[in-house]
Design a protein around this ligand. Structure first.
Ligand code: ADP
Ligand code: ASP
Ligand code: MG
Length: 412
């Protein structure tokens, strides 16, 4: 007997038919003698629909109310999933975050889980009942509803798996594992049998939305085996995220290519080249809760310097407003911006022991005549910022340069 936490994403509960298929799988695990806790997302498209409703009323929706609105999507899917299980004669009970409870810090729209009470879930499992928990939502110390950020149901699942001492956390989705890059962009991308937590965390943080970054961080920190599987097919072991590096004779240099479409950059030209300018610019941006990603400052000349940084596209307008204010106060500098940029990254622990990885990536882009706007590197990744029109071409070119393709997948 094993204890599993199974998370089903939006497409996997996107219709009554898909919810029935979820119930069928849970029934099979139960019949094999396993204990199962289910975590579900909202039905596909629902969270986007709710976001649009909010935007139709308020330009910048009140975050507390947005959380109450968005959390409603998961309330529908937990109830329907329980009904599908009950209809099969399986005991099941739905739980919203406050009923578990899943405690979060109070930060609306990007809350962090602090603690999960496991009592009711434990009691259910011992009684042979399947608890079905709403993903993505939490409750703060005041009893207010919070959400964990888009894609956050993965994190709910891993946090529940950690708290319940599960043997494995299974993430069921619309692809049968983690691929060398998004198979929707490169159809010949190859499924990985295994990937290290370190690489997966980097891929997820750099934009591969197959897993929510915090879920990978949690699973790695607490050593919970994490597996990505298809809810549409029953064959295959999916991809296991593990602490072990590949035992293959040759560790691949690059494991995968990640990309983020929603980037923007802001440049300040002719800023005074004196101590404290970077902090004057970026301090107020960070103070607004805006995450600054890449930062580049040029060598100064004539007492002036240029300075560029990137933020998420959704934060572009706010960041721009702040920077324009600072530049006006300083009485120097020209501000320009571009919110049509993307970030493409090559990730791999094998990079540590190989030179020339960056050159290979830059050559691949040069051959396609793609201009690199910014570069950032770490021990296990190289990221470049490009004009958004080159995204697909760049990902394919880099994927090919590192020979990551497998056999072409059949379209699902
Ligand atoms: P869910 O609703 O199940 O959480 P998501 O849409 O959040 O599903 O994540 C699954 C999607 O992630 C896939 O359909 C795929 O397009 C995308 N994806 C991006 N990068 C990768 C990758 N490296 N491997 C597999 N899928 C990826
Ligand atoms: N329903 C939420 C979203 O669409 C959470 C999730 O799917 O993981 O972002
Ligand atoms: Mg997801």
């Amino acid at each position: 007997m094993a204890r599993y936490v199974q998370k089903y994403g939006g497409t996997s509960v996107g219709s009554i038919e898909r919810i029935q298929a979820v119930a069928e799988r849970v029934a099979r695990f139960k019949a094999a003698g396993h204990q199962v806790v289910v975590v579900v997302s909202a039905m596909s498209g629902e969270t986007n629909r709710l976001v649009e409703l909010a935007a139709a009323i308020q330009d910048d929706p009140a975050e507390r109310e947005l959380d109450v609105l968005l959390a409603s999507g998961e309330q529908v899917s937990v109830a329907l999933t329980c009904m599908a299980l009950l209809q099969r004669g399986i005991q099941a009970r739905s739980y919203l975050a406050h009923q578990v409870a899943i405690r979060t810090n109070g930060q609306h729209t990007r809350s962090r889980i602090e603690k999960i009470d496991t009592e009711r879930l434990q009691r259910d499992l011992e009684a042979g009942c399947v608890p079905v928990v709403a993903g993505f939502q939490g409750v703060d110390a005041d009893g207010d509803v919070t959400t964990l950020g888009r894609g956050g149901s993965d994190t709910t699942a891993v946090a529940v798996a950690v708290a319940m001492g599960a043997d494995e956390c299974q993430i069921y989705t619309d692809v049968d594992g983690v691929y060398t890059t998004d198979p929707r962009v490169v159809p010949s991308a190859r499924r990985l049998d295994r990937i290290t937590f370190e690489e997966m965390l980097e891929m997820a943080s750099l934009g591969s939305k197959v897993l929510h970054p915090r879920s990978v961080e949690f699973a790695g920190k607490y050593g919970v085996p994490l597996r990505v599987l298809s809810s549409f097919e029953d064959s295959g072991d999916g991809t296991l995220i593990t602490t072990e590096e590949s035992h293959a004779m040759e560790q691949p240099i690059i494991s995968g290519i990640a990309f983020a479409r929603d980037e923007a950059k802001i440049t300040i030209q002719g800023a005074p080249d004196v101590p404290g300018v970077a902090s004057k610019m970026l301090g107020p941006v960070s103070a607004m809760g805006i995450e600054v990603d890449m930062i580049v400052q040029n060598v100064g000349a004539d007492g002036q310097t240029d300075f560029t940084f990137t933020v998420k596209r959704g934060d572009y307008a706010d960041a721009m407003k702040i920077v324009l204010g600072v530049v006006e106060d300083m009485g120097a500098g020209d501000v320009t911006g571009d919110n049509r940029i993307v970030k493409v990254s090559a990730v791999g622990v094998g990079m540590r022991s190989h030179a020339g990885v960056a050159t290979k990536m830059f050559d691949a882009l040069a051959r396609e005549n793609i201009n690199i706007q910014m570069i950032s590197t770490s021990e296990i990744k190289i990221s470049v910022v490009l004009d958004e029109k080159y995204l697909e071409l760049a990902v394919r070119a880099i994927h090919e340069a590192f020979e990551l393709s497998g056999e072409a997948r059949e379209e699902a």
